[in-house]
Design a protein around this ligand. Structure first.
Ligand code: PRP
Ligand code: MN
Ligand code: MG
Length: 183
């Protein structure tokens, strides 16, 4: 699949699976009361992580999705975020956990936290599978982080380049030839 486009496998399918279970256990321990947890998955990148995470979580959770997209090129984000699909429900009084695939510049999440906080949830935390080094520059409180990864362009397990590679079961680095040859 995608022959030659992936330079190296950064995180294997098994490593993802183990990490998802570990994060789910942590979250389960932290949320022991207050009704069903409300997971807010950020489309489209978080979709694989969201569904695996929800199934690994040993307690009931309800699933909601938001689709946001940052303007600009597909390999870097600009911080200008627009809502493509809003939540279907009121989250006031709910324990909300944002589920993200990756925090890169942190700008998407910073915007999202501000937006969701204004809707008065009982609590609001973030669970991300991946985090890049630049994310620390923006002051976003992230309670659950799967892997801190180097500043390389990664794809797979929900993460795309120009909408491709989301369906890979692992996370790999993209061969630069893919995005320098002009898609
Ligand atoms: C990607 C990724 C995160 C965000 C991280 O989403 O899934 O949501 O960028 O970048 P940032 O921390 O620099 O803001 P993208 O906007 O590409 O949409 P997608 O999830 O549909 O691919
Ligand atoms: Mn995304
Ligand atoms: Mg993307």
């Amino acid at each position: 699949m995608y022959d030659g486009d992936i330079a190296s496998v950064l995180i294997t399918e098994q490593q993802i699976k183990d990490k998802v279970a570990e994060l789910a256990k942590q979250v389960d321990e932290d949320y022991q009361r207050g009704g069903d947890l409300l997971l807010v998955g950020v489309l489209k990148g978080a979709v694989m992580f969201m569904t695996d995470f929800a199934r690994a979580l040993p307690q009931p959770a309800q699933l909601e999705f938001m689709a946001v997209s940052s303007y600009g090129s597909s390999t870097s984000s600009s911080g200008v975020v627009r809502i493509l699909k809003d939540l279907d429900r009121d989250i006031a009084g709910k324990n909300v956990l944002i589920v993200e695939d990756i925090i890169d510049s942190g700008l998407t999440l910073s915007w999202l936290l501000k937006n969701l906080r204004s809707r008065n949830p009982a609590s609001l935390e973030v669970c991300t599978l991946l985090r890049k080094p630049d994310a620390v520059q923006v002051d976003v409180p992230v309670r659950y982080v799967g892997f801190d990864i180097p500043n390389e362009f990664v794809v797979g397990y929900g993460l795309d380049y120009a909408e491709r590679y989301r369906d890979l079961p692992y996370i790999g680095t993209l061969d630069p030839k893919v995005y320098t040859s002009g898609v």
